[in-house]
Design a protein around this ligand. Structure first.
Ligand code: URA
Length: 196
């Protein structure tokens, strides 16, 4: 499936129950030929309202990582999630939750095809669900982060999810240092300069 057909299929998708409560499908955004791809878990409230990935509080932190930490623009990279519609506790629309296995297996073919089409030189998985899904592991992010793994030959760098960083100390979180260390490894892999 090419990019346009894939997007059209995702926008009309009814493969799992998340379609019943979504406002928008959050397909992903950025450069379809990006050198680096970021993968989160699923849209939150703001993402569901706007149709764009990572635009809420966690998104603001991710944007700062990309722009200030990496010296790139959001439009240079590609940002996607494992599931394209917002999962909430009992689908009541209040509290976000990670996608369940049924939702993940219904939706993941979209992500898998996105990765094939983009063919990035590196993938950054944000948090447990995307790391576990892509690397087919049950090991937690604390052990996985900072260490290169591979998905179909593509180097994968797992790091903490920005929401997790915000929940654990926010702007002053010591986890930010870890994320920065992980991101530096990605810059090195891509032969990109490390911003001073
Ligand atoms: N968290 C995610 O994992 N993805 C988003 O798009 C927003 C928040």
């Amino acid at each position: 499936m090419d990019w346009n057909s894939l997007k059209a299929a995702a926008l009309g998708c009814k493969k799992c129950r998340l379609c019943e409560t979504r406002n928008t499908v959050v397909f992903g955004e950025g450069n379809p030929s990006a050198r680096v791809m970021f993968i989160g878990e699923g849209p939150g409230k703001t993402e569901d309202e706007t149709g764009r990935p990572f635009v809420g509080r966690a998104g603001e932190l991710l944007t700062r990582i990309i722009e200030n930490g990496m010296g790139l623009a959001r439009k240079d990279v590609y940002i996607a999630n494992i599931v394209k519609c917002r999962p909430t506790v009992e689908q009541k629309g209040f509290k976000d939750r990670p996608p369940d296995p049924e939702e993940t297996s219904a939706c993941s073919p979209y992500l898998i095809r996105q990765i094939q089409l983009i063919a990035p030189e590196a993938i950054v998985t944000l948090g447990n669900p995307s790391t576990r899904f892509l690397l087919q592991t049950s090991t937690g992010i604390t052990k996985m982060r900072g260490i290169w793994s591979h998905y179909n030959g593509i180097p994968v760098m797992p790091t903490y999810h920005p929401s997790y960083v915000l929940r654990n100390g926010g702007e002053k979180s010591p986890l930010r240092r870890d994320v920065w260390d992980d991101i530096k490894k990605v810059l090195e892999k891509l032969n990109l300069p490390i911003p001073g």
